[in-house]
Design a protein around this ligand. Structure first.
Ligand code: CA
Length: 161
């Protein structure tokens, strides 16, 4: 039996369609954020009120295929402040961000690998108080300025995808 080429092509296309019907996960501005994450400037953010150490917080963010939030601009810092307040009874809780520094030379970095450019430190910070403050958080009850703190301190945190 001779099957016309066009029929064969249609069958192949149909098979291809059904075998690749699983949508590929994309992360761009058009994508809807996962449940409980809020979209802002192309990233998805969630506040977690359960206080954990900085590294535990980063690990939890990785479960969502994200990282602790990096802050590239005042705009994003302001958004994170409003997200914390909205999620926490209008109170700005002390909250881990993805900033950390290398113990060796003190250079700050973000866990998502983005450039540590914009900085919003509180006055006289970072001070590496006692020589063991290597993680960055937003100071609670304040204006959203940052402090370096011991990474083993347990704080709320914000993940970004
Ligand atoms: Ca400090």
């Amino acid at each position: 039996m001779k099957i016309p080429v066009t029929t064969l092509l249609l069958i192949m296309m149909a098979f291809h369609e059904s075998s690749s019907g699983i949508p590929i996960k994309k992360r761009n501005c058009d994508e809807i954020c996962p449940e409980n994450f809020v979209d802002f400037l192309g990233h998805c953010y969630q506040y977690f009120g359960k206080e954990t150490t900085w590294s535990e917080a980063e690990e939890n963010c990785k479960h969502y295929e994200g990282h602790l939030a990096s802050v590239p601009s005042a705009e994003v810092n302001n958004f994170i402040i409003s997200l914390i307040k909205k999620s926490n009874g209008n109170t700005l809780a002390a909250t881990w961000l993805g900033g950390y520094n290398t113990v060796k030379d003190g250079t700050f970095m973000w866990t998502d690998g983005s450039k540590f450019g914009f900085q919003h430190w509180n006055e006289n910070q970072p001070d590496n108080y006692g020589g063991y403050e290597h993680c960055v958080h937003i100071i609670g009850g304040n204006t959203g300025v940052w402090n370096d703190l011991s990474c083993s301190t347990k704080l709320a945190y914000v993940c970004a995808i």
